[in-house]
Write a protein that binds this ligand. Structure first.
Ligand SMILES: [Zn+2]
Length: 379
């Protein structure tokens, strides 16, 4: 068994959602190039694989046939105003979060298939971890696009494991609440979803409070750790370590699925968390430390150079390698960045730090009180 698979081909990064859209698939190429320059794919424990397209049958594990047909028709037509399909009904619009772009179905099916291929590699035991950086599109719903996401590959990958009789822990560290994945398994006790995110009081999609804890048989199996804006590394890591490892260990899943969005990054243009590469990678290390078969997916991240550095570090954790901190010269030259890891954390004013701490105490306290006992943990 090799340590880690990486799923990538250039076709994943060639499209554009819209010329001014913050989700830039080219960040995937930057990540691949940085890993390539570090020699990651020459490592004997690494394997680099092309994605495959998800089939319509696989997409239908979550998505409605009506929606799948609409994505196809819109992506092969003249755009949102084609008239044949009511784009707005399926979450698409010209200037909003989810524009229609040429070959949208093919692009979305390819990144989704990359996550399913990665899931297959993990389930078969060929690798301990598999990383599809083009996946992690956690906002998509069964019948409509949302938050830059067309198909919900994390939920589909979870379905793949469930189809094989496996129980799944899904941990989502994107700065936005993993609402689509939570919704897909809200009443299912075979899937533990945990989302660590900037509070929905301040950020899209507005959901993800501690009170959303699952229903019916799934009560206690949806966990949300909302954080105050400007939460930085120390507080982030402390909150994460108090909630995520104990709950995943108590659940004792067969497989771990993680959404590793890096829009928690301090200079990310869309969010307000203040995490650096160091806080981020400590969370990733703790996920690795759970010692489970591991499907890792990408996610948000709109400072594209930071995305490349953070996901390079994450793949290093999967391979158990510490890349040299000096960035390879080609990447450093193209992006004007010198070091792989951040050396300094941004300063957060003391009065905001007080609010950050109070918010964490409330969030963690509520999780320990309401959810821990349902998993046999003492609050
Ligand atoms: Zn996000």
């Amino acid at each position: 068994m090799r340590r880690a698979a990486f799923i990538y081909e250039d076709a994943l990064s060639r499209h554009e959602l819209r010329s001014d859209h913050p989700m830039r698939p080219v960040r995937l190429r930057y990540t691949y190039e940085l890993l390539q320059e570090y020699g990651a794919f020459d490592h004997p424990e690494a394997v680099l694989l092309d994605p495959r397209s998800a089939t319509e049958e696989e997409l239908a594990w979550l998505h409605t046939s009506e929606y799948i047909a609409a994505v196809k028709a819109l992506g092969s037509g003249p755009g949102v105003d084609s008239g044949a399909v009511d784009a707005a009904r399926f979450g698409f619009s010209g200037q909003g979060d989810n524009p229609v772009y040429p070959n949208m179905f093919e692009a979305a099916a390819l990144s989704t298939g990359g996550s399913l291929l990665a899931a297959e590699m993990v389930a078969s035991g060929e690798v301990r971890a598999a990383f599809n950086i083009s996946g992690g599109l956690h906002h998509a719903a069964a019948g409509h696009a949302s938050g830059f996401c067309v198909f919900n590959d994390p939920a589909l990958a979870v379905h793949y494991f469930l189809n094989r009789g496996m129980r799944v822990a899904y941990v989502d560290i994107d700065a936005h609440h993993g609402d689509g994945v939570q919704e897909a398994f809200y009443s299912d006790d075979r899937v533990l979803t945990i989302s660590v995110h900037e509070s929905g009081q301040y950020l899209f999609p507005g959901t993800g409070s501690v009170d959303e804890m699952g229903e019916g048989a799934g009560r206690g199996y949806s966990v949300n750790l909302p954080l105050y804006p400007y939460t930085g590394d120390d507080d982030y890591v402390e909150a994460f370590s108090q909630v995520v490892p104990p709950l995943v260990r108590a659940f004792a899943p067969d497989v771990l699925v993680t959404q590793l969005g890096i829009d928690s990054y301090h200079s990310d243009p869309l969010t307000h968390l203040q995490v650096t590469t160091e806080g981020y990678i400590e969370a990733v290390r703790q996920l690795a430390g759970l010692g489970l078969p591991w499907l890792a997916l990408g996610g948000g991240g709109y400072d594209v150079t930071a995305v490349a550095r953070a996901w390079t570090l994450a793949f290093g954790v999967m391979l158990d390698i510490d890349w040299p901190d000096q960035l390879p010269s080609a990447f450093a030259k193209e992006h004007g960045a010198g070091r792989l890891r951040d050396e300094l954390s941004p300063e957060v004013p003391a009065h905001i730090k007080v609010d950050v701490r109070r918010y964490i105490e409330d969030s963690v306290g509520a999780i320990r009180q309401q959810i821990f006992p349902l998993h046999g943990l003492t609050g």
